[in-house]
Design a protein. Structure first.
Length: 315
């Protein structure tokens, strides 16, 4: 009965919302009738991919075409059509385009840009200066580990690092740049270094001015998904335990959908007393939010797997 209700919710509420929110140019904005951008377009395409019909496939084809057109000449994607420099959305775009056709060249160019994008705060000179900073004792981190930033030339953050790792892992082998292996090793080490003391992740540092940071659902989910090849590693288990303990407290539909996907990825049992996504929709209508509707489609779809299985590391 519950599975039937979830399927009906996706088919009658979520999918029609996504289809009606698509703009004439083939892209999506964050909300209906808002300007098309790469990020919400990527999430909408992910949501449609989990529920394939003739109608959704036609909408997806237009969405993939919009995404390819939005790519800049250096291989990156900007956060808005008006911007002339790329950002973290490049990782999301390369990941999503792997589901579309005629996108090999676009993916290859995007992955090369990702591997050449280094955070500024971890350059040798910045690491040298950090040794003499009073703040280093209050929130110590290992700046030798390097991830990715929201915008080029800034600091490493948990979520853009996670998206870059997912994109590089899922990409066709022939399109992955040779330097990707080292980038992935540094980025995975950075994520573990930034984990909160009791498990889980927040947006940046594990401690701020000496005080342990509180983990957040979104960063925790994306970090765990990026690190899923090591499901039995102690940090992953601790973070999954934190997520499982807090699911019943979640009141955000987006956080709840992402938590469900993450728990399913790791084969964890979903709490019987967890809030139901259809019930949350009755309460707030998902705020007419395209990414949240897409995550819900994937969380409740029988084909909610976003990635190919990856074996656990043995070294």
């Amino acid at each position: 009965m519950e599975a039937d209700a979830e399927k009906s919710f996706v088919e009658k509420i979520c999918l029609p919302f996504l289809l009606h929110a698509q703009n004439a140019d083939g892209g999506w904005g964050f909300h209906p009738k808002s300007e098309s951008r790469a990020e919400p377009t990527c999430w909408a395409l992910q949501g449609l991919a989990g529920c394939s019909t003739a109608v959704t496939e036609a909408a997806a084809a237009r969405g993939f075409a919009y995404l390819r057109t939005a790519q800049l000449t250096d291989g990156s994607w900007p956060s808005t059509p008006e911007e002339k420099s790329g950002c973290w959305v490049t990782s999301l775009s390369c990941w999503v385009l792997q589901k579309g056709q005629d996108s090999t060249a676009a993916i290859g160019a995007g992955l090369r840009w990702i591997c050449q994008d280094w955070p500024r705060d971890t350059t040798p000179w910045r690491r040298f200066l950090a040794k003499f900073s009073m703040q280093s004792e209050l929130h110590p981190i290992n700046n030798a580990y390097r991830g990715w930033s929201w915008t080029p030339g800034t600091s490493s953050w948990v979520e853009p690092t996670s998206f870059a790792l997912i994109s590089l892992e899922q990409a066709p082998g022939q399109e992955v740049p040779p330097e990707a292996k080292r980038r992935r090793e540094l980025a995975e080490a950075m994520l573990y270094d930034r984990m909160c003391p009791g498990g889980g992740w927040n947006c940046g540092n594990a401690r701020v001015y000496g005080v342990p940071g509180d983990p957040l659902v979104g960063p925790t989910v994306w970090a765990l998904i990026a690190l899923r090849r090591q499901p039995t590693r102690a940090e992953n288990v601790m973070s999954l335990d934190w997520l499982a303990e807090n699911i019943t407290k979640i009141q955000s539909a987006g956080s709840l959908a992402l938590s469900k996907i993450c728990m399913e990825t790791y084969g964890r049992r979903w709490p019987a007393n967890a809030p139901a996504l259809p019930h949350l929709h009755e309460r707030n209508g998902f705020l007419e939010n395209v990414p949240v509707a897409a995550w819900t489609c994937l969380a409740l779809s029988p084909r909610s797997q976003w990635w190919t299985p990856a074996p656990e590391k043995t070294t």
